[in-house]
Structure formats: C-alpha cells, structure tokens
Design a protein around this ligand. Structure first.
Ligand code: DC
Length: 237
C-alpha cells in the first residue's frame, strides 16, 4: 500500500558511491514519489562543457561555461522497459555518457563552480515544489531544501565504496583499474567536502545511514521505518 503524502521532500545526501541512487529509486517506487538524481544534473553540465572544449587539463573556461548554461536543458524520462530514469541533454539520450570515467573525472570541478550550482539548485527547487520527491545529492538537506521533511545522510567505508563502483564500471565494459576508481572516489570526496560553495557536510538533523555492512533490503527497511515515524509524527501535530 502506498503512503499518502502532502508535497513531501525526502533528501538523500552523502559521499560518492554510497548507493544513494539505488536506495532513493527503490524508496521512490515503494512510496510513489518522483526520484530526482541531482548528481546527473552536474554530470550533464560537465558533459556539455567537455563537448565544447571548455575543460582543458582540469582548468575550466568559466566565461564560456557561463554563457552556454542557457542552452542546456536537462530532462529525466522513466524507461518502463528497463524500469529506470534516464537523463537527457536537449532531448538527446546521455545516460551512458554521463556515467563514464571522462565525466566522473571532471564533474567535481564543475560542481564546485558557484554559478553552475545556482543554475541547477533553482531547477531542483522548482521540481520539489511541484510534487513529492526523493532527491539525492550532496547539498539537498543543507542548501536546496533545508526544510526537507526527511533527511538522510549516507556513508560507507572508502574501500567498500570503491569496490562497488569498480564492479559497476567493469559490468558496463569500461577498462579501469581498481586503483584508478579508488583514487577517483578519494579525490571527489576531497573536492566535494572542501569546496567553498555548498560543501558536502552532514546536516545536524539528518539520519545517518552507514551501509558498509548492510544489505540494500536492510537499508530500505530502515529508511522506510524512519520515514513512516516522521510521517506519523507530522500527522499528529
Ligand atoms: O552523485 P554523483 O556521483 O553522480 O555526483 C556527481 C558529482 O556532482 C559529485 O562530484 C558531487 C557533485 N554533486 C554536488 O555537488 N551536488 C549535488 N547535489 C549532487 C552532486
């Protein structure tokens, strides 16, 4: 049975490769909420910047990027056959390209740029105001929706996260070494947590989920229980 929500926002933040999107998608399906992958939005902007040659040796042509933002339209469509949300850039399917190593290598640099964040946060807020959503990212509970109804903060040991990500990339046919993946995760964590604008940090009122030793099912059960507790409390008030 699906739970009835007024417009609700559930924020799922945390480190790279903690399985945020896996659990957020499953919870969205269980509760009938719309799932929004905000990391995909930063990835789309990165892909466009790479295509336009605006990132050279890690250096971004900021003026060039700023002027091209107005031409970027990000879309999500649910693929019923594959049962997943897929990402589009100006109507073009880019789901596979935004998950590759080339985009992953550069995305933290793009996500640290203030005007990129302003551009995307505005769109995220508009999506959350329209309907009930579960949104995953790094700053959803801290910046995008500080008043989110439920805030989760996901974490897991670095080694476990690297193993998960490595398996995912190998299954997709990418040629990468475990060491490369581990180094990428470490570098992204560092940049995400140390950037000047909206750094990744655990909101004080977030529910921490350390899934190093949890199965996905255990995690989902735990999170659904927490959501239900908060929902019941909110209806009592
Ligand atoms: O969740 P992900 O790995 O797809 O995110 C890609 C990058 O975007 C990652 O380096 C962190 C950044 N990001 C962010 O800064 N804020 C968000 N709300 C989502 C992602």
């Amino acid at each position: 049975m699906k739970t009835e929500f007024k417009t609700w926002v559930i924020a799922v933040d945390g480190y790279s490769s903690t399985g945020k999107s896996t659990v957020a998608k499953l919870i969205a399906a269980r509760l009938g909420l719309t799932y929004i992958d905000t990391g995909a939005m930063y990835r789309v902007v990165t892909l466009e910047a790479l295509r336009r040659g605006l990132i050279v040796e890690g250096q971004v042509d900021r003026a060039g990027l700023q002027s091209c933002l107005k031409d970027i339209r990000i879309g999500f469509k649910y693929n019923t056959a594959l049962e997943r949300y897929e990402t589009y850039l100006n109507g073009e399917y880019v789901e596979d390209q935004i998950r590759g190593m080339e985009v992953s290598e550069q995305v933290s640099v793009i996500a640290a740029i203030d005007f990129v964040r302003i551009f995307l946060v505005e769109q995220q807020r508009a999506m959350g105001r329209k309907e009930s959503v579960i949104m995953d990212g790094r700053d959803i509970g801290s910046v995008v929706f500080p008043d989110a109804d439920v805030k989760f903060f996901m974490t897991a040991s670095e080694k476990i996260r690297a193993e998960r990500r490595y398996r995912e990339l190998i299954e997709k046919g990418e040629t990468v070494s475990f060491e490369e993946v581990e180094a990428n995760i470490r570098k992204r964590d560092y940049i995400d947590s140390h950037r000047a604008v909206s750094p990744l940090k655990q909101p004080e009122d977030a529910i921490v989920v350390d899934n190093s030793n949890m199965t996905v099912e255990e995690e989902i059960e735990f999170m659904l229980r927490k959501i239900e507790e908060i929902r019941q409390k909110s209806t009592e008030n």
